[in-house]
Design a protein around this ligand. Structure first.
Ligand code: PLP
Length: 361
């Protein structure tokens, strides 16, 4: 069977060339006579892979030198807890934007360790937009201000609506749109992202943390919960997820070879436009979020008829476009078009939408 256009929200489609490289190097990585997954993480060859992976990420994200890049395990979910454990340690208060399910989970986890202040929320309208920010609702003594740059389930993203938080560091869950558009890392105190949407397979989580925030970690945290330990040991205190790290490195190289994140962003804007145009030009499909807040990565839409939605997802799957069913709290359809989704996939989906509409009038 041929490869499909996989619209899965995560784990999600990988660049085909990356999979081919990994396949070619599977049994014998560069003459070592072994697979990367069989190597000691302390071996010279693997240290080189890890160093190269980190250097590539610093390069393509233009990460300033006063930030540490950590490769951890446990997914974004673990960061929902690690962030407050390590950073919510002065005033024990933090501000949050409540923009979707993941933001809400981050809020719940942080609430175990301190006081959370919801600075803005769009929950009342089922998270169909990014809420307006009112700086009067910000706590000037907060230990940090938490945002989610892209709301995977609802299909919204932060655009120009960035909080001006003064000296309060911004912490961002970038799990579903890291490397999809250019971000100025110096505007953030900490960025975290699980790899399985835009950076490779699941199993590795990237944390980018500004040096001055590494002074807050309490002594009594479990070793593996401490950013300070991971920073000191260069993410090698224990065995890192070696194979996932190697694949993330291949993905970073793929982005670099394409022309970097700005080139990736242009392609993503083009892909998203193809699908949003198909929605806006149709009388059957409707987008579910405010246009100004539309995500480039997760495109949500409905027909307004549950049975028809189901039929759409089923027939699309038969046409080689699986995983278009929306998340249960939104319903309808969600097309996840991460970096690795080729533009042909967006075109195929738009064509199928037109055809489906004609046949189901
Ligand atoms: C997928 C996702 C998560 C959850 O990630 P895990 O790696 O499964 O813990 C959290 N936040 C956002 C924005 C996501 O897209």
């Amino acid at each position: 069977m041929e490869r499909v256009f996989n619209f899965s929200a995560g784990p999600s489609t990988m660049p085909e060339s990356v999979l081919k490289t990994a396949a070619a190097e599977m049994l014998n990585y560069k003459g070592t006579g072994m697979s990367v997954m069989e190597m000691s993480h302390r071996s010279k060859v693997f240290i080189e892979i890890a160093d190269n992976t980190k250097a590539l990420l610093k390069e393509i994200m233009n990460i300033p030198d006063n930030y540490k890049v950590l490769f951890l395990q446990g997914g974004a979910w673990t960061q929902f807890g690690m962030v407050p454990l390590n950073l919510m340690t002065n005033s024990k208060k933090a501000d949050f934007m409540d923009t979707g399910n993941w933001a809400a989970e981050a809020i719940k986890e942080a609430g175990r360790f301190g006081t959370v202040n919801i600075a803005a929320s769009s929950k009342d309208s089922n998270y169909d937009h990014i809420p307006q920010l009112d700086p009067k609702k910000f706590d000037p003594n907060a230990d940090y201000f938490h945002i989610t740059s892209n709301n995977t389930i609802y299909g919204t993203r932060m655009t120009d609506n960035w909080p001006d938080t003064g000296n309060v560091p911004v912490v961002c869950d970038m799990s579903s749109n890291i490397l999809s558009e250019v971000y100025d890392v110096s505007k953030f105190g900490l960025i975290y992202a699980g790899a399985q949407k835009n950076m490779g397979p699941s199993g590795v989580t990237v944390v980018i943390i500004r040096d001055d925030l590494l002074t807050r970690t309490p002594d009594n945290l479990p070793t593996m919960m401490k950013y300070t330990i991971h920073a000191e040991k260069d993410s090698m205190h224990n065995t890192p997820p070696t194979y996932a790290l190697y694949l993330a490195g291949l993905v970073y190289q793929w982005i670099k070879d394409l022309g970097g994140v700005s080139a990736m962003q242009k392609i993503n804007e083009e892909k998203a436009k193809i699908i949003y145009d198909a929605i806006d030009n149709s009388s059957m499909f409707k987008g579910t979020v405010a246009k100004k807040d539309r995500s480039l990565m997760n495109i949500t839409f409905v027909t307004g008829d549950k049975d028809l939605d189901e039929k759409f997802a089923k027939e699309a799957e038969k046409q080689g476009m699986p995983n278009l069913k929306g998340y249960r709290t939104v319903g309808g359809m969600r097309a996840s078009v991460y970096n690795a989704m080729p533009i042909e996939g967006a075109k195929a989906l738009a064509d199928f939408m037109k055809k489906f509409e004609m046949e189901n009038k």
